[in-house]
Design a binder for this molecule. Structure first.
Ligand SMILES: Nc1ncnc2c1ncn2[C@@H]1O[C@H](COP(=O)(O)OP(=O)(O)OP(=O)(O)O)[C@@H](O)[C@H]1O
Length: 357
């Protein structure tokens, strides 16, 4: 497979603030890459550099082996053969859906019959029949999003850039649209660079996920590996392992699994050694849905007392407290009374151990 987009050691500053600290990544033809990360980590900055909207300060960006951005060089957006779908759809309000979609082809001065063929193709792909003579204000959010995607696809770009494309839609529509978009882009073998802050959107759409943190890439892998083996504490937290115990210490970490201690309790977990490793700063991460409650002590269990149970429809979210005074949550099928004592089991392959400075 051919590399379409190559990002090499890209750096960007805003004033004294270093926003991108050397990003390296290649995107293959037909691949969907989703970039996730906390607010302010530099996702949109990277996307805007790829789009040719922002200049970079170091490194280079190539599309089809041709450098489009480097210090002192910036090929204009319209010469990059890319298209972008924005979170606010950015449709021209004074143009009907048809003219919004055809705009890029008119600029390229395509023959009329070719324009009609391309229009018919995207109309049928995105189910826009009957909507072409409507103005954006006459369309629902989901319909506007479809028009924006049609406009991005109709010029057959090398790369489609998606900037939080679903965040203005309601939750039900978002779930439908992300599945539809993934199907559509995969069937067309469109190369997609997608920025989102929503992990479930990234899981639903991406072939590979890139997790950024403070201007660097913490992890880049297929969604299942990022989910099962988050490399850093931040990635784990972002991908659902919201429970965090800090009053812990590492006893041994010779292999893939390491032994940790929380008070007098010894637990086994998956160990992630990082560059800035310190044994004094062990942190444990795990997901509420992967914990199980039991009355008796057992394998990989931690003693707790119940703080509060809240009903979530089908399950209870139970907040518990460790003997060290830290709390975390688990999901349980039944209500547990405040003050009740018991043990929470965390499977060793789902207890993530980090030692980060
Ligand atoms: N034009 C600008 N001038 C100065 N600082 C900027 C500019 N654009 C972005 N920044 C800063 O750069 C950092 C990264 O911003 P960016 O928009 O890339 O983050 P993000 O990861 O996309 O965040 P979000 O998820 O909130 O959109 C932020 O601290 C932001 O304040």
């Amino acid at each position: 497979m051919e590399t379409i987009l190559e990002i090499k050691d890209v750096k960007k500053r805003f004033g004294a603030k270093e926003i991108l600290k050397g990003i390296n990544l290649s995107v293959m033809e037909g691949e969907i890459i989703s970039v996730l990360g906390p607010s302010g980590c530099g996702k949109s900055t990277l996307l805007n550099i790829i789009a040719g909207i922002l200049p970079l300060d170091g490194g280079e960006v190539s599309i089809h082996q041709s450098i489009v951005s480097a210090p002192g060089k910036m090929v204009p957006t319209e010469k990059r053969n890319i298209n972008m779908v924005f979170q606010d759809f950015a449709l021209w309000p004074h143009m009907k859906a048809r003219d919004n979609i055809l705009y890029g082809l008119k600029v390229k001065k395509l023959p009329k019959n070719e324009m009609e063929n391309r229009l018919n193709e995207v109309v049928s792909l995105l189910h826009l029949e009957g909507l072409l003579d409507q103005f954006p204000s006459e369309l629902s959010g989901g319909q506007q999003q479809r028009v924006a995607i049609a406009r991005a696809l109709v010029t057959k770009p090398d790369i489609v850039l998606l900037d939080e494309p679903l965040c203005n839609l309601d939750i039900q529509l978002r779930i439908e649209m992300r599945t539809e978009m993934a199907q559509l882009f995969h069937s067309l073998r469109t190369t997609v660079f997608h920025v989102t802050h929503d992990p479930s959107e990234a899981f639903a759409m991406a072939d590979r996920i890139v997790v950024m943190n403070r201007g660097k890439i913490d992890q880049m892998d297929v969604p299942s590996v990022c989910y099962m083996e988050p490399k850093t504490c931040m990635v784990a937290g972002l991908l659902g392992a919201g429970n965090c115990l800090k009053k812990a210490s590492t006893i041994s970490d010779s292999g893939r699994f390491c032994k940790v201690k929380v008070g007098e309790t010894e637990l086994m977990g998956l160990g992630f050694v990082t560059e800035n490793r310190t044994d004094q700063n062990t942190q444990l991460r795990f997901r509420p849905e992967e914990c199980t409650w039991q009355r008796e002590n057992g394998d990989n269990t931690i003693p707790v007392s119940v703080v509060m149970s809240t009903f979530e429809g089908g399950v209870y979210r139970v907040k518990v407290e460790t003997e060290q005074g830290e709390d975390f949550c688990m999901l349980h099928s039944q209500f547990l009374a405040d003050g009740e004592k018991g043990y929470v089991r965390i499977p060793e392959e789902r207890l993530y151990v980090y030692s980060e400075a």
